[in-house]
Write a new protein. Structure first.
Length: 285
């Protein structure tokens, strides 16, 4: 396991540093930790995809913060009980919205060197946008713990297909599509509130946290459970924790280092350094 750097999760004012100096110091410490790790598990949240034009959900400008009614479409109870909620959701998916023309950004692509170097244990994402796979990460290494909007599923049977199969039906006038096999409701293959996680995903995620040298948490508030349990699981098993986010998270107190900055700008610097090229002369916190 990587020996954790001794640094307290203090504010920039506590350390007496200007914001730019504090960010630079945090980036360098995080880069050293990642460079010294033989096995890195990555956990990503909505913040890594905002630079791709996908808004987050709970931030100050988040979709649900600005429009609480929109959250109903992500609650399985409302989705199953209200055909109006289902129709509105399918309308957005079929005729435009947050997923149109979305491409991976520098944050997604920055993680590829970990895989190329054989050091990416598992990439666990809370996002449903599929951008890690589009960025070139091997799907076998990715756990989409909240599912993916790029697939469709039936709530009544095991039917699965690409989402376009259902979207074509919606565009042709089937505004509240049901399963041809069993008559059950169709929805995107995402995990809604009130719906259980897909079998095995959480077990695999916790195992990845236990087995890594460094847990790199990017763009997540680390307040959504059970996936947030990856952080204490990693700490309890001796891993260093690097948290990269634009604002404070609920697990900052467990982090070896917290990096506050633009993910697309700082993540390539944190991950891009060759393995084991660590500057031992630089003081740690």
């Amino acid at each position: 396991m990587v020996e954790a750097v001794s640094c307290e999760a203090l504010t920039m004012q506590d350390r007496g540093e200007r914001p730019a100096e504090a960010l630079e110091a945090a980036v360098l410490v995080a880069a050293d930790l990642v460079a010294g790790a033989a096995s890195v598990t990555v956990l990503t949240g909505a913040g890594i995809s905002t630079d791709s034009g996908i808004p987050d959900f709970r931030g100050p400008e988040g979709v649900w913060t600005k429009n609480p009614e929109a959250e109903k479409a992500s609650d399985i109870r409302y989705f199953m009980a209200d055909s109006g909620v289902r129709r509105a959701r399918w309308e957005v998916l079929a005729h435009g919205g947050m997923w149109d023309g979305v491409e991976p950004n520098e944050g997604h692509r920055a993680l590829r060197p970990l895989e190329v170097g054989g050091r990416l244990h598992t990439l666990v994402t809370q996002n449903v946008d599929g951008l890690h796979v589009l960025a070139g990460t091997d799907p076998a290494l990715v756990v989409e713990v909240h599912g993916t909007v790029r697939r469709a599923m039936c709530l009544g049977c095991d039917w699965r297909a690409d989402i376009d199969v259902v979207l074509d039906r919606v565009r042709a006038g089937d505004l509240d599509p049901h399963c041809d096999a069993c008559g059950g409701l169709l929805k995107s293959a995402t995990v809604s509130f009130g719906q259980g996680l897909f079998e095995g995903d959480m077990e695999r995620s916790l195992a990845a946290a236990r087995e890594c040298d460094v847990l790199l948490a990017v763009g997540s508030t680390l307040g959504v459970y059970p996936v947030a349990l990856m952080v204490p699981e990693a700490v309890d098993n001796g891993a260093a924790v690097v948290v990269v986010n634009g604002s404070p998270t609920e697990m900052d107190h467990l982090a070896t280092v917290n990096v506050r900055g633009s993910i697309s700008e700082v993540l390539p610097r944190i991950v891009g350094r060759p393995q084991h090229v660590v500057d031992e002369s630089r003081p740690t916190w």
